[in-house]
Design a protein around this ligand. Structure first.
Ligand code: 9MG
Length: 279
C-alpha cells in the first residue's frame, strides 16, 4: 500500500514527503538519558525552543518517564508538569505532541494546544481511545510488551516483526472504528519496549514491511540501550550511533524520527535527502 504524504495533526498538516524530526522534551526528574535536566519549566521551554530553532518539526512533551524500570506517575503530577509547557509552546506556534498513556492528560493536553498524542501504550488504557477520538489530534500508536517497570524481563516472540505489525494494524483499525481518520494515525514499533537487542535489530530490518501497512512510521532509537549494547557506550556518548540509527530507519521507510540531538539529526537528514534518500 502507498504511504501517506500528509499527517493531519489538529490545525497543523505535517508534510511527510521528506523525513521529519520529533525533538524529545522530558519534563521529568528521572528521564533516562538527560538525567531530568529539563524538569524546571523555564529550562524545559528554553530547550524546546532550541530544538525548534535547530529544525525540529515537532516537540514531544512527556511528564512520565517510560524508561525500563520507571515507576508510574500520578495524573495530577503529570498534568502539572506538561500542561504549562504545552500551552506555552503551542501559543508560540509549535507543533506539540504529548507523550502520555492517560486519557485525562490527553484531553487536557489537546485543550492546551497539543496536536499529537504519542501513546507508548497504543491507546489501550480504558477511555484512551475515546479521549483521542474526541480530539482532532494525530495519534502515534506504539508497540510495548508489558509495562515500563517490567518490560525488559525476558521478552519473547515467535516472529517479532509480524507480531508487532499485526498488533499495530489492529490498534490502527480500532482507532479508525472510533472515528479517528487514517490521515491522523502513525505507527511505531517501540524500540526497546519489551525487546532484546536481537528483537530491535529485526524490527529495524522489518521497517519496510511495517511501512507497507500504509500508515506513516515513527522510529525512536535515539540514545537507547540497544545502541549502547552495540557500541559499548553510555547514553551520553551515543550521538554517532543515534545518527546512524536514524538514517537506517528513514532509509527503511520511517517518516518521523524521535530524537534528543535535533541539530545533528537535521543535518544528517539534509545530507541523506540531498543525495537522493533511499535512492
Ligand atoms: C516516549 N517514548 C520513548 N521512546 C519512544 C519511542 O521509541 N517511540 C515513541 N513513540 N515514544 C517513545
Amino acid at each position: 500500500m502507498r504511504g501517506m504524504t500528509t499527517l493531519r495533526c489538529g490545525r497543523h498538516a505535517l508534510d511527510l514527503t521528506r523525513p521529519r524530526v520529533m525533538g524529545i522534551l522530558n519534563v521529568t526528574p528521572d528521564s533516562f538519558s538527560d538525567g531530568g535536566c529539563h524538569f524546571d519549566r523555564e529550562r524545559a521551554l528554553d530547550h524546546a525552543r532550541r530544538m525548534l530553532a535547530d529544525g525540529a518539526d515537532l516537540v514531544d512533551v512527556g511528564g512520565e518517564s517510560t524508561r525500563p524500570g520507571a515507576a508510574p506517575v500520578d495524573e495530577a503530577d503529570e498534568l502539572a508538569r506538561v500542561i504549562p509547557v504545552i500551552d506555552e509552546l503551542a501559543r508560540e506556534g509549535a507543533l506539540v505532541s504529548v507523550d502520555t498513556m492517560k486519557p485525562a492528560v490527553m484531553r487536557a493536553a489537546v485543550a492546551a494546544g497539543a496536536a499529537m498524542i504519542n501513546d507508548v501504550n497504543a491507546l489501550r488504557l480504558p477511555g484512551a481511545l475515546e479521549a483521542a477520538a474526541s480530539t482532532d489530534a494525530a495519534v502515534c500508536l506504539m508497540h510495548m510488551r508489558g509495562a515500563p517497570r517490567t518490560m525488559q524481563e525476558a521478552p519473547r516472540y515467535d516472529d517479532v516483526a509480524a507480531e508487532v505489525r499485526d498488533f499495530l494494524v489492529e490498534r490502527a483499525q480500532a482507532c479508525e472504528a472510533m472515528g479517528i481518520a487514517r490521515e491522523r494515525i502513525v505507527l511505531d514499533p517501540g524500540f526497546g519496549f519489551g525487546k532484546t537487542l536481537a528483537h530491535n535489530l529485526a524490527l529495524v530490518r522489518a521497517l519496510p514491511e511495517l511501512a507497507a501497512a500504509g500508515y506513516p512510521v515513527l522510529a525512536g532509537l535515539s540514545r537507547k540501550s540497544t545502541l549502547g549494547a552495540i557500541t559499548g557506550r553510555p547514553a551520553g556518548e551515543r550521538l554517532a550511533a543515534s545518527l546512524a540509527a536514524a538514517l537506517a530507519a528513514v532509509a527503511r521507510g520511517a517518516s518521523i524520527v524521535r530524537v534528543h540531538d535535533v541539530r545533528e539529526t537535521v543535518d544528517a537528514l539534509k545530507v541523506w535527502v540531498a543525495v537522493g534518500g533511499a535512492g
